[in-house]
Design a protein around this ligand. Sequence first.
Ligand SMILES: [Zn+2]
Length: 182
Amino acid sequence: MAKPEHSPNPSIPYTVIRSRRKTMALVLHPDNQLEVRCGLKMPLADIKRFVQEKEPWIRRKMTENSHLIPVKVPSEPKQMTLLRHQTRQKALMILQRFPDLVPGRLMIRRQKRRWGSCSKNGVISINLCAGLLPDELLEYIVVHELCHLIHFDHSPRFHHHLEQLLPGAQVRSRALQRYLLA
Ligand SMILES: [Zn+2]
């Protein structure tokens, strides 16, 4: 990947990253940094026009991003240990309400991009930082992963079952999208 170039006097600033690719793509990062990825010889005028054409989309996404609530992992080890403990206690309380669904193991760990995951052998991992979320969202994350013990996908059957286990799951899923792991 080549050295980034910066847009000349644009209405929306962006960085150009050139590589051997045929198409142009926009990447808007959660911190609203905009990147244009394009081929090695794509003329700047074409890039500029591409960004202009996409401006309504970019503006809309930027507004959405600015409403995101960052969730930060504590920097001090002591606080991190405390948070791990709290998140585990809360997650265990939620698990107790679903005695028919028992994970092979519950892990509370730091994950950069995910709130939770469920492995094929039934190990449920919950992001340490999920304990910082409102309780109903932590509950959503735990029950979502529990539901994966039965449906190992995001099929309509999964979502139907999840909604039965936790009425309003979809609404919570949307609410969770406002939180950004930072
Ligand atoms: Zn899932």
